[in-house]
Write a protein that binds this ligand. Structure first.
Ligand SMILES: O=C(O)CCC(=O)C(=O)O
Ligand SMILES: [Fe+2]
Length: 325
């Protein structure tokens, strides 16, 4: 059952279900580990509400030792926060509604896929190339390398708040075009021809272009910077200037001070507010095996400061052309 979320529970209301001693903040602006909880689709509603309130506050929540979860119960837990949605082009793991399998050993997975596929080593917010991109992502670690393979999240609300006033004004007035058809060759110069074809066949099977405000107003009233690696250019700005502006804002978003880095153990779960964060999977584990699986929860169409909403510019299906090759 999906909850009718009440965003602003008081601290006392949260404490009534999740004691403060079970909440361990990890860094100054983002991330908290929640202890003594067994995730499932059957958690009482007050617990789900408290988790959601904590998510709005900390942007990413971590849970250790959830080895009891399988794909079905992972998804059932996610469904308590809204409807699970499949990736628009990559589909989902067999037998599940929404699970994205990121396995470094799955054939074709090495370089294809979302933001670099099984190795998502680009700063991004999930699936921003569609209008109503997911509001929540929930990642479960199945196989963790002996060393390396951490994930880093950045708080895009804190990044906005820390901008000097003139840069806030600039961001407030910008819109960006996001697409899944980014320049794969530029991002992955060492990719083989096969990998490039795999990328085209799966990830960009349908090409989306969506215009989003760079500053999105959240249900909490907070303003968040909406960029990441699917952002291609700013509306009304040349490609060259877009590249410089993008770098300027991304550098603020990924400043160490607004990030948290998680060292995975098998059975860990990370739950993030995909509207208020970007993330990056550190690609430093060589050929070691790594498997993580993700459930994404339906989001809504972003609203800008002036009330305008994001719009889909185009959605072009390439599948028939590729199938005919
Ligand atoms: O592999 C990871 O740690 C993160 C992958 C990713 O970007 C995602 O699950 O959305
Ligand atoms: Fe991601």
């Amino acid at each position: 059952m999906t909850i009718n979320v009440t965003p602003n529970l008081s601290d006392a209301e949260i404490e009534a279900v999740i004691p403060p001693g079970d909440i361990r903040r990890i860094s100054g602006h983002i991330g908290a580990e929640i202890a003594n909880i067994r995730l499932s689709g059957d958690l009482p509603e007050p617990v789900i509400r408290a988790l959601y309130a904590l998510l709005l506050k900390h942007k990413v929540l971590f849970f250790r030792d959830q080895t009891h979860l399988d794909d079905a119960t992972h998804e059932a837990f996610g469904a308590r926060f809204g409807a699970p949605v499949a990736h628009p082009t990559q589909g989902s793991l067999k037998g599940s509604a929404s699970i994205l399998d990121l396995d470094t050993r799955r054939s074709g997975a090495r370089e294809a896929g979302q933001a670099g596929g099984a190795r998502a080593d680009q700063w991004h917010t999930d699936v921003t190339f569609v209008e109503a991109y997911p509001k929540i992502s929930i990642l479960r670690a199945l196989v963790v390398p002996e060393f390396g393979g951490d994930t880093v999240w950045a708080n895009t609300v804190a990044a906005y708040e820390r901008l000097p006033a003139p840069l806030k004004l600039l961001a407030d007035n910008l819109w960006a075009v996001h697409s899944n058809a980014y320049d794969y060759a530029a991002v992955r110069p060492h990719a083989t021809e096969e990998e490039r074809r795999e990328f085209e066949k799966t990830f960009t099977r349908t090409v989306y272009e969506t215009e989003h405000p760079v500053v999105r107003v959240l249900e909490t009233g907070e303003r968040t910077l909406l960029l990441g690696n699917f952002a291609q250019r700013f509306v009304g700005v040349s490609r060259a200037d877009s590249a410089r502006l993008f770098q300027l804002f991304q550098d603020h978003i990924t400043a160490q001070e607004v990030t948290v880095r998680w060292r995975w153990r098998a059975g860990d779960v990370a739950l993030w507010d995909n509207r208020a964060t970007q993330h990056y999977a550190v690609n430093d584990y060589g050929d070691q095996h790594r498997v993580v699986r993700r459930v994404t929860i339906e989001g809504d169409v972003p609203t800008a400061i002036d009330g305008r909403r994001s719009v889909t510019l185009s959605r072009v299906d390439k599948a028939p052309a590729i199938a005919a090759e």
